[in-house]
Design a protein around this ligand. Sequence first.
Ligand SMILES: [Fe+2]
Length: 229
Amino acid sequence: MTLDLLPLINVIAREGRIEEELFLTTFLWEEGKHVDFFQRFLGAIGVGTADLRSYQTPAYEKVFYEILPERLHSLHDDPSPANMVRASTTYNLAVEGIMAESGYNTYFTIIDGHKILPGARKGISLIKLDESRHIAYGIFLISRLIAENPGLFSIVEEVMAEMLEYAKDITEQSYGQFPDNPFGYPPSVFIEYTVLQYTKRMARISKARGQSLDEIYKDTRKVIEDEDS
Ligand SMILES: [Fe+2]
């Protein structure tokens, strides 16, 4: 994520949106911290130098090695609003808003259900806080772009429907690697949560279709003030 984010920051900076650029710089640091956390966690459980790529499923590889980097890096050549909506929907709404949130839910369900790994739970709950700010920025950015051009909403619908299928495939394929189901939860529990995240994000972003730019900024300010209070 750290590497794929740079093209988005670059476009926002080139457009002279200094406030958004400043906010986005926190993303880079936070995504870097997340890498450090997981590296430390893997080190602590003794697999810090192991090659874990064989656990990455075909759907996971398609999303993280192809779709996500391609869509973000295409912003270098095509910084149009349509391409920004495509990139940010993929990154903030789908990969962070559906996939990462589903991943945290899986961690918490297993950790809480089996009363294990309290340190990992704390770390992941802090990462989740960072991620909620990243998702909130994506909602703001996409809403801003849709308010200026409502026709772009169809790109959100298309990308979200596509990414929901990849999210479900990732869960199913990951489960397929462990046929004896070591933690005792059926994959359907996690897939239901994934679908719920998709529904929530779509409901939230649909609001932007009828809103003016002023209303988007007002709503965003209110979210920030509520968080501060
Ligand atoms: Fe993030």
